[in-house]
Ligand binder design. Structure first.
Ligand code: MRU
Length: 411
């Protein structure tokens, strides 16, 4: 059962502490969620949300889960960038939403203090504000976008969201509008991205659930649930929808070394939702794909090339090859914001290389000899031939993907 205490330690800092006991079937969070709680009224965790009253971004710090549930406050772009870099917020769609809010916060900082929130002060200082050169604001915005963009190179949702906001800025300023109105425009676009992602998750869940039968055993890798998105998830969404519709499902969850997103986050999310699961180490996947009558593998994606090659959490490629060997279909669940038609194939997808201590230690406890040579690519690329279908909010794409993915963008 999960208990949640909440206190406002100051106006700008909201903290939640969660004490998790590893019981077999946890109760849902009671229907007490307020606008600032890290759970929806249905008990679904929220990776991030905009706090309208304080006009700040709140993030559930995923580096601490499942032991502690702490909400951090982002009042500027640099804090958002740091949160993305160290994986306080993670998962391709959630990174995109966070970056959008980060740029909106950054735009606010390009204007004189209090302009954005105080209408009277804004009026009094209108001349000063108008004098700010629109070109200088665009330069500053591009610098902030570059800071956010550099945090994680593989998840294309990040660049996609930033480019959407930059296009809004260009349109707004290009039309001769006052720079003072820019933060509100960008915030509106960030809200739109967040809302679209939540709707996409729901749609992917409904579509993907049609591929799940009552009694199915499934396997997933990494975390592609609510914590990774602005909604109920990508790869986990069909599982949640199938479970809620009364289908009996059982999910094998790869722990997902090095950072254990499967063990820490997916196991926590499924357990909270009451979905039966078995947590396994990554090296057990072959054994269970052979022995456990697994009917399908569901994974998310960080970037999908035009030909259907899929970049996802390191280890996905191995799972895909194993699934293929055992005639188990591999389904990739991702919104169209994860599809990058500008890249013909997965060879061109940039692979993020992360710090070596993520491999040599687990949560600060060293495992390996000091000085050992280490590799730590955060993602791998699964060739399209191992992917049976790509489930998006706009439909299910099947091979040949070059045609079917392009068609998803035609409407
Ligand atoms: O390094 P992470 O935790 O951000 O990696 C996340 C994944 O690989 C997910 O599978 C992917 O982003 C899809 S999340 C809906």
């Amino acid at each position: 059962m999960a208990a949640c205490r909440s206190t406002f330690s100051s106006q700008s800092q909201y903290r939640e502490t969660l004490v998790t006991q590893h019981t077999a079937k946890p109760a849902q969070t009671p229907d007490t969620a307020d606008d600032n709680a890290p759970f929806t009224r249905e008990g679904v965790p929220r990776a991030l949300w905009w706090d309208r009253s304080a006009a700040v971004l709140r993030l559930l710090d995923q580096t601490l889960l499942p032991d502690r549930c702490e909400v951090i406050t982002c009042t500027d772009a640099a804090t958002v960038a740091e949160a993305i870099r160290v994986l306080r917020v993670r998962g391709a769609p959630a990174i995109g939403v966070a970056a959008a809010y980060g740029l909106a916060l950054g735009a606010r900082d390009t204007l004189p203090a209090s302009v954005e929130s105080d209408a009277e002060a804004m009026l009094a200082r209108r001349d000063e504000i108008t004098a700010i050169n629109a070109e200088a604001v665009m330069v500053r915005l591009s610098e902030i976008a570059a800071l956010l963009r550099a945090t994680r190179p593989t998840a294309v949702n990040l660049s996609w969201a930033l480019d959407r906001l930059l296009a809004v800025a260009v349109r707004h300023l290009g039309a001769g509008n006052d720079v003072a109105g820019l933060p509100a425009q960008l915030l509106g676009e960030a809200h739109a991205i967040a809302a679209e992602d939540a709707a996409a998750c729901r749609a992917m869940g409904e579509l993907g659930a049609t591929l799940i039968s009552d009694g199915d055993t499934l396997l997933t890798h990494c975390n592609a649930g609510a914590l990774a998105t602005g909604g109920i998830g990508t790869a986990l969404a069909p599982i949640f929808v199938a479970h809620q519709s009364g289908k009996q499902v059982h999910v094998f969850v790869d722990e997902t070394r090095p950072l254990l997103q499967g063990a820490r986050l997916t196991a926590w999310e499924l357990q909270r939702a009451g979905v039966p699961l078995t947590l396994i180490t990554d090296s057990m996947a072959a054994h269970f794909l052979r022995r456990a009558n697994i009917r399908a593998v569901f994974v998310g994606a960080d970037r999908i090339a035009a030909n259907g090659d899929v970049a996802n959490k390191i280890g996905t490629y191995g799972v895909a090859v194993l699934a293929h060997e055992h005639d188990v279909p591999l389904y990739v669940v991702a919104p169209r914001s994860t599809i990058d038609l500008s890249l013909p194939d997965g060879e061109r997808i940039p692979i993020e290389q992360r710090a070596t201590d993520e491999v040599t230690s687990v949560r600060g406890t060293p495992l390996a000899p000091v000085g050992v040579h280490v590799a730590n690519p955060a993602f791998d690329v699964t060739p399209a031939r191992y992917v049976v279908a790509i489930i998006t909010e706009a439909g299910i794409a099947r091979p040949p993907f070059t045609a079917s993915l392009a068609k998803l963008f035609a409407s």
